[in-house]
Design a protein around this ligand. Structure first.
Ligand code: FES
Length: 641
């Protein structure tokens, strides 16, 4: 008699197995992704499957009513105590007796696509590095003396075929209480990437382990606490990077490290403390213990990266901008001072691309996948240092460009960070030259009688729109010079010494002006950004790009039209210019949930061609030409006549 045929859906994997084989064993033999924490003891329910009934012409199978064995005692006990959904079976208990089609529902798959909540969400595949394994460990015996750890190792080998796992000291310190509390049954969290044990819990633990995806920025630290069983984000939050007190931007922090004997150490301590506090805050919000977090993935720029790992960033402040290491870093979380996480929790830092293009840019590349696109794609992560990627499936280039802090509202006369009260949207009537604006925290435009928001300053996106609108309204010329009241026909252009400023808002003696100095600061910043992009286009041998993606929190708020009117970005079809939101944070989450992506980004970063703007003569030429608005020579056909 031929062995029964089993077809698994949705994978379509099929094969014959001897009658009496459990569904879980059949799945393993055929390479089907079916979860199990308890190793087939019938207690974790992770192996649930839905056997089909009747005819399946597509698979050439007709399933007889007795294709699977009846409920055995273990499955019946589970059903009575915990209740199986109708039509569901425990794969580790149900045995195959005849031809059968078996569906593996998403919750029983280890590797699965996380369902998108909104169309704008990008899918994440689940293949976490850390998996749970329930084991029964032999009790100690006077006649056969061996350590608890040795018997745990033997149990992991016998029950899960796991050998040679490393056990960090803090995990070992908790082993004996866990074994005794669990009655010699424990659940072991194993990091399969590093071959190490992250945590041991007494008894059976079916709740999935948790992970923390961190985007460590120079201004803010943002993190997502993720369920590694479902990919769901349980809590998200951010805090200011406390290193700000040592310097607003990256270079001032490098200077602080250079000029103070313990400067780098102080900044390392500050950021580690903040990271630990953020992890604790998110754990509290999600109602879990920080010790349930078994892994963290961190992305950051090179200076943040070095300060986090305790390396003095002084070399990053001077040519040739050598990194201590550009490789991905698998570390113990405790190496970074994250002692409250699981005792053997791991930290993974994505690789850096170059001295000024960090792991955050690598995370953006992972999230946006320009290396898998046919279109020539330009990705700009706007900050005090713009990180720029250009390319498609034929190759990818990267550089950074020193835009300075103007895009963050610094060096602007009424500039401020993006916070409630900051002007973020500006329109200027081209005929009357009258402005209207919106501030962060209010949906109402300033010319609406209902507008009553407090106005505190202007943020980066606001100043970009203001300068672009001034150009469109004829208030400033292509060289960036603000006209006089006579030249522009509006009293809002006010003489200030030998230059002019445009009055955006006033209330009593409080005024927000766009000064000539503000326009110059924006011109310098946008010229640097454009020149960086243009340099990469030269290297790639292209005159135009098919798609422009603005990444980062700031990029999410820039209006594509105004960015192009200013000449911040090269000309492109405006419908192909968009924002990727916090792409670096998303990339960190992807690498946290899918360990295969770590290998992918490590390989991709090695293949990215790095271009150093500081030593490229063409950069200066592009910078000078880009000072005009939008540009001295480059055409911008998509802006229209
Ligand atoms: Fe745990 Fe089946 S593998 S219940």
């Amino acid at each position: 008699m031929t062995d029964p045929l089993v077809v698994f859906t949705p994978s379509g994997k099929r094969g014959r197995v001897p009658a009496g084989t459990s569904v879980l064993d059949a799945a393993r033999r055929l390479g089907v992704d079916l979860d199990s924490v308890c190793g087939g003891r019938g207690i974790c329910s992770k192996c649930q499957v839905a056997p089909g009934e009747g005819a399946f012409p597509k698979h050439g199978v007709t399933v007889a009513p007795d294709a699977l064995s009846e409920f055995n005692a273990v499955e019946r006990r589970y059903d009575e105590k915990r209740g199986l959904k109708p039509g569901r079976r425990l794969g580790c208990q149900a045995c195959i007796q005849g031809d059968v089609v078996i569906d593996v529902p998403p919750e029983s798959q280890v590797h699965k696509q996380v369902v998108r909540k909104a169309a704008s969400d990008r899918a994440i595949t689940l293949d976490p590095a850390t998996r749970l394994h329930f084991v029964t460990v032999e009790e100690p015996d006077m006649d056969a003396p061996s350590g608890d750890l040795e018997r745990l190792r033997a149990a992991l080998k016998a029950q899960w075929d796991l050998d040679g796992l490393s056990v960090p000291l803090p995990v070992l310190q908790g082993l004996q209480p866990a074994l005794r509390k669990g009655g010699w049954e424990v659940t072991v969290a194993v990091n399969h990437d590093t071959g190490s044990i992250a945590a041991i819990w007494p008894g059976l633990r079916t709740a999935a382990p948790l992970g923390l995806a961190v985007d460590l920025g120079s201004t803010t630290i943002a993190a997502h606490l993720c369920d590694l069983g479902t990919g769901a984000v349980l809590a998200s939050g951010g805090i200011m990077n406390p290193q700000i007190r040592f310097g607003e931007d990256l270079m001032s922090r490098v200077s602080y490290a250079m000029m103070n004997a313990n400067g780098a150490t102080e900044m390392t301590a500050a950021v580690r403390t903040a990271l630990g506090a953020l992890a604790a805050e998110l754990a509290a919000e999600a109602g879990i213990a920080p010790a349930d977090i078994v892994e963290t993935v961190i992305v950051c720029n090179p200076v943040m990266h070095h300060l986090l790992i305790g390396v003095d960033p002084v070399e990053l402040g001077q040519a040739p901008f050598a990194l201590a290491t550009s490789d991905a870093l698998p570390l113990e979380a405790s190496d970074l001072g994250l002692d409250a996480l699981a005792p053997g929790a791991r930290a993974y830092l994505l690789p850096c691309i170059a001295g000024h293009v960090g792991a955050d840019a690598a995370a953006v590349a992972l999230s946006e996948a320009p290396d898998q696109a046919d279109e020539m794609t330009l990705i700009v992560d706007v900050g005090t240092n713009a990180e720029i990627l250009l390319g498609n499936r034929d190759g990818l280039l990267a550089c950074s460009s020193p835009t300075g802090p103007a895009f963050e509202g610094a060096q602007i006369s009424s500039g401020q960070r993006a916070a409630p009260g900051a002007i973020e949207r500006v329109e200027i009537d081209p005929v009357t030259k009258t402005p209207r604006f919106r501030v962060i925290g209010s949906d109402i435009w300033s010319d609406d009688p209902a507008f009553d928001a407090e106005v505190t300053g202007i943020c980066g996106s606001g100043i970009i729109e203001a300068v672009a609108e001034m150009r469109l309204a004829g208030l400033l010329d292509a060289g960036g010079l603000i006209g006089s009241a006579e030249q522009t026909g509006t009293e809002r252009c006010i003489a200030e010494g030998r230059t002019h400023s445009y009055l955006l808002w006033e209330d009593g003696d409080r005024r927000i002006l766009v000064t000539q100095g503000d326009v110059r600061a924006i011109q310098l910043a946008k010229s640097a950004l454009y020149a960086g992009a243009r340099l990469l286009m030269d290297e790639a041998g292209v005159d135009s790009v098919d798609r422009v993606t603005l990444a980062g929190a700031f990029g999410a708020h820039i209006s594509p039209k105004h960015a192009m009117v200013l000449g911040m970005i090269p000309d492109a079809d405006l419908t192909k210019v968009g924002s990727a939101g916090n792409a670096a944070g998303h990339g960190a989450r992807m690498a946290l949930c899918d360990r295969g992506l770590r290998t992918r980004i490590e390989g991709l970063v090695r293949r990215i061609q790095k271009v150093e703007t500081a030593v490229a003569p063409r950069f200066q030429e592009h910078f000078v030409a880009a000072n005009a608005i939008p540009h001295a020579t480059a055409p911008f056909p998509h802006l229209g006549p």
